[in-house]
Design a protein around this ligand. Structure first.
Ligand code: HEC
Length: 258
């Protein structure tokens, strides 16, 4: 019996490690993040997200652990498509960015501190640090706040220094607060965000846009993820088949003893 337990542990422990695809979920702030309906196996969505990321985010943020041609390879883009849709920059010497270059930005930390009062973080690993749900909620919960330097605040990331760069697409939301009594103390908290000026996209379109963007950022944080999960299933299958033979062999060895 003891041997059977040890055999089972030896077989099961590695499977637990391989099958682990969980992303880190952050519980910062009082707001519970809404679930991001992403699908890392949807290469079309990752490809669209890459385009959104280049169009709207890399003017400030780098993704310096990723190369342009790696995205092309993983999403099935040709070199010409890559040049047309993702590469619009030149390097410090004025030469066009190469397909094998890393995704860097021209903005220095000194400039960012002057402009935003803080450094602009690299986004390569943000999906792992914050989690997909956090980013999905963050990109949808900017609201007007005249007390902030950018005129906007964020429900997920209070007093954020980033401007709402997707405002023309999403529109402008305002915060609605409610007051509640707790043990004789009146507390005010954010209840909901209301759209006061619609953007160029409908709510559904904007949510789909953000989903693609977050899907891309989840891919960005771990490009081998899809391969790892696919490989995990094969390894699990192998271990299950191997277990049967290992168990039969064990039975055979111990037949004369028991
Ligand atoms: C105009 C410059 C600018 C652009 C464009 C921009 N950001 Fe930001 N972003 C910032 C700054 C500045 C911060 C730091 C905010 C802070 O620390 O208060 C930030 C922070 C963030 C964070 C939080 C990172 C963390 O873990 O703290 C995320 C996520 C993010 N940006 C995503 C995006 C995405 C996605 C886009 C493209 C849609 C984008 N940003 C475009 C300036 C920008």
């Amino acid at each position: 019996m003891k041997k059977l337990v040890i055999t089972l542990l030896c077989v099961l422990l590695p499977t637990i490690a391989v099958a682990d695809i969980k992303v880190d979920y952050d519980s910062h702030g009082q707001m519970i993040s809404q679930e991001a309906p992403i699908d890392i196996f949807d290469r079309g969505s990752v490809k669209r997200g890459a385009k959104h990321f280049i169009d709207y985010c890399v003017s400030c943020h780098s993704a310096k652990f990723m190369r342009f041609n790696r995205i092309a390879k993983d999403t099935g883009m040709s070199d010409a498509e890559l040049r047309d849709s993702l590469i619009f920059t030149r390097d410090a010497k004025g030469k066009p960015t190469k397909t094998g270059d890393l995704i860097v930005v021209a903005m220095t930390d000194e400039y960012a501190i002057q402009a935003f009062g803080t450094r602009v973080p690299d986004l390569s690993l943000t999906a792992r640090a914050r989690g997909a749900d956090w980013m999905y909620t963050y990109l949808r919960t900017f609201y007007v706040d005249p007390y902030r330097p950018t005129g906007m605040n964020n429900a997920q990331f209070a007093d954020v220094a980033m401007p709402h760069v997707l405002q023309s697409l999403q529109g402008t939301q305002k915060a609605v607060y409610v007051t509640e009594e707790h043990d004789g103390v009146t507390v005010e908290h954010l209840d909901r965000l209301e759209m006061i000026q619609p953007g160029s996209m409908s709510e559904k379109e904007y949510d789909a846009f953000v989903t693609d963007l977050v899907n891309f950022m989840v891919y960005l944080a771990e490009p081998v993820q899809v391969e790892r999960v696919n490989m995990g299933w094969k390894v699990l299958l192998f271990i299950m088949i191997f277990f049967v033979f290992a168990y039969m062999l064990k039975k055979e060895y111990w037949r004369d003893v028991h």
